[in-house]
Design a protein around this ligand. Structure first.
Ligand code: ATP
Length: 643
């Protein structure tokens, strides 16, 4: 135990003396809440000299406890890692306790200096007041509020070298889930970690709400500016308006706990029909809308999914890669829509997704989309291009390193991309180019769900979704021995191949979409010749190339129609060909009469020409789906860019 010297310590020691003598303690010596906790400790039959903080539960029991509280553990771990890496962590030990007081996760405390603190914060120890008397996490569980307990305020002498701060964590149902605690050696009255700790606890709660399988989520706050901040209230809602869960801020703002209904619905809370309310919110998109609540208070709200996914947490903004791109153009091709929906469902169940496709087909856009609609949407999306990093750096980039792990390593070490993605999604782009020797390490991490930084013995639990993408044929790379077969099966829970642009049935829509995007309001018409030229092109760079061509066209046309001269020469060099005449096609019966197929080809061809080769207009004209028309155009050789 360290000698105590400050005025604060002298007062607390004086108060303890009064406690031993069963005399009244003035609040000027020790705060009321600490005194209450001391009284409870005595009622629990504890005495100051008891030694209880060295006897954790068995490993098997701890495994069982962790299993029961795996939701809390899964959401708390990444936030603890973030907080820990943001702290001057040589001096701190972080712990997460489940609602019964058992420590389920500890971070830090490896150094000799912190060994005594790490000993009283070992996983498996119980710090409830009943077992360990007055201490910060025990108090926070008992009184369901944040507190700091310093030095001799701890009831047990064996804990008095610590200064601890603890913040309770609440489940989306409002029930207490556990507590987040930070401890260091006691040196002064101020502990100074309460704010970041509270933010981390809020982030854990937000993750829990985000992980609920609810079709709708609302963000809310009194202040419109804070609706899209990590400090907003979050509400998870079913389609018929039932409230499925809320973070504590939403509970407070809406005074949910004062409602008589045990499962309140939106109609009660916002005093209007659910459909009407949702329509209003949808109309306003990500702009906060004022709404009146049952308690007479006006709040601002928006649908969470209307805004881009924002990581709700305390980590520095730089470590986030917020999803920006909309998936909508990808969803115009009906076959693709169906496949993407399947992939979403698999991804939601933690099945690893492998995305195949040529360059520029939207593999990263799809990965971001899956993250946004997936179970870890509130966490970060971290993308790494395995082919863009020198082989010698991939290992440290992916797995991180501890200080001094190798010459030139940063002093404090560095978290790898896997660690940064904890709680979110790691996107391994161009996985087919990963060096063979690293594939073994990657496989181990994916299988064991833990990783060890280079030069470190500490293993870090991993809780992130993984999406891999490649333009290569992995089956062929497995056959040629360049890609491990076991890794291939590990990452390929479900494979989706994004079609090349030349194979897509919605080129017209994509052109219009990107033109509208470029022009914001007035869409400049493409001349017919220019549009035909785009139809004929082979698009080796796929959507990326299309975007660039249109961007260039808009810039060069300066407000006029985009014409051939505004397109790159490699597109305009080949003269536009007329669709072949069906009469020239091999569609005649031996007796020379036109077949049904020829008749249909003729109908399709003339409608296509009549509509200036506009696929949408032709399809409308013929009363068939665009995808069907594309198939027919292709079958009859009427798509002049083909083959
Ligand atoms: N569905 C989509 N909606 C909007 N833009 C898209 C879509 N798909 C692709 N794009 C655009 O096309 C470009 C390429 O997309 P992305 O980077 O996802 O492709 P990729 O297949 O990952 O390419 P690479 O293999 O070269 O990395 C981006 O600028 C992206 O904005």
């Amino acid at each position: 135990m360290r000698p105590v010297r400050t005025e604060f310590d002298r007062k607390v020691l004086h108060a303890r003396q009064l406690l031993r003598e069963a005399r009244d303690i003035p609040p000027s010596l020790v705060a009321d809440d600490v005194q209450r906790s001391w009284s409870r400790s005595i009622r629990h039959g504890l005495s100051e000299r008891d030694r209880v903080l060295f006897n954790p539960v068995s490993a098997a029991q701890l495994r069982r406890i962790n299993e029961v509280h795996r939701t809390l553990l899964g959401h708390a771990e990444p936030e603890m890692e973030r907080l820990f890496s943001a702290l001057d962590n040589a001096h701190w030990v972080l712990a997460c306790l489940e609602v019964g007081g058992n420590i389920i996760k500890t971070l830090g405390g490896q150094s000799a200096e912190l060994r005594d603190i790490a000993t009283v914060l070992r996983p498996g120890l119980n710090l409830s007041e009943r077992v360990a008397g007055t201490n910060a996490p025990g108090f926070a569980l008992e009184e369901r509020r944040a507190i700091a307990v310093r030095g001799s305020e701890h009831f047990l002498e064996e804990a008095q070298m610590c200064a601890c701060a603890a913040v309770p964590i609440f489940e989306p149902s409002g029930a207490l889930a556990g507590v987040l605690n930070a401890s260091r050696h006691h040196r002064s009255a101020s502990i100074g970690i309460m704010e970041p700790l509270a933010l981390a606890a809020r982030a854990v709660e937000n993750r829990m709400v985000a992980a609920l399988s609810a079709p709708l989520r609302l963000r809310l706050h009194y202040s419109a500016e804070l609706v899209n901040s990590p400090m907003c209230g979050l509400l998870a809602v079913s389609r018929d308006g039932q409230i499925l869960g809320a973070n504590p801020l939403a509970r407070q703002l809406l005074e949910l706990d004062t409602l008589i209904e045990s499962d309140p619905c939106m109609e009660t809370v916002f005093q209007q029909k659910v459909g009407l309310l949702l329509d209003t919110l949808r109309r306003h998109g990500s702009t906060p809308t004022p709404i009146h609540c049952h308690n007479g208070v006006r709040i601002h709200a928006c649908l969470a999914d209307a805004a881009p996914t924002r990581a709700v947490s305390v980590a520095p903004a730089a470590s986030y890669d917020v999803a920006r791109t909309s998936m909508s153009p990808m969803l115009l091709d009906p076959e693709l829509v169906q496949r993407v929906r399947q992939v979403e469902r698999a991804f939601a169940r933690d099945i690893p997704v492998l995305i195949n496709g040529e360059t520029g087909t939207g593999k990263e856009v799809l990965a971001r989309h899956l993250h946004e609609v997936g179970p870890r949407a509130s966490g970060p999306f971290v993308a790494i291009n395995c082919s863009a990093i020198p082989a010698s750096l991939i290992e440290s980039e992916l797995f991180g390193y501890d200080g001094g792990a190798f010459t030139g390593a940063r002093r404090g070490g560095m978290a790898g991309r896997f660690e940064q993605a904890n709680g979110g999604t790691l996107f391994l782009d161009e996985i087919g180019d990963m060096p063979l020797e690293l594939q073994a390490r990657l496989l181990r991490v994916l299988q064991e769900r833990t990783l060890t930084r280079l030069g470190s013995a500490r293993s870090i639990a991993l809780n992130c979704s993984v999406i891999c993408a490649t333009h290569r044929d992995l089956v062929q790379r497995v056959a040629s021995g360049e890609f491990r077969e076991d890794l291939y099966y590990r990452i390929n829970g479900l494979r989706i191949t994004l079609p090349a642009l030349r194979q897509r049935s919605d080129l017209d829509d994509l052109i219009d979409h990107f033109l509208a995007q470029e022009m914001a309001s007035a869409v400049p018409p493409l001349t017919l010749a220019a549009r035909h030229c785009l139809y004929r092109h082979n698009w080796p760079g796929n959507i990326r190339e299309l975007q660039q061509v249109l961007r260039l066209g808009v810039a060069l046309a300066e407000g006029d129609s985009i014409d051939l001269i505004h397109l790159p020469t490699e597109l305009t060099a080949a003269p536009p060909a007329l669709p072949p005449d069906p009469a020239d096609m091999q569609t005649h019966c031996p007796d020379g009469k036109a077949t049904l197929r020829q008749a249909e080809a003729e109908v399709v061809r003339s409608a296509f020409l009549r509509n200036d080769r506009n696929v949408s207009a032709t399809a409308r004209n013929l009363g068939i789906a665009r995808a069907t028309l594309y198939r027919k155009l292709r079958n009859y050789g009427l798509l002049t860019g083909e083959g």
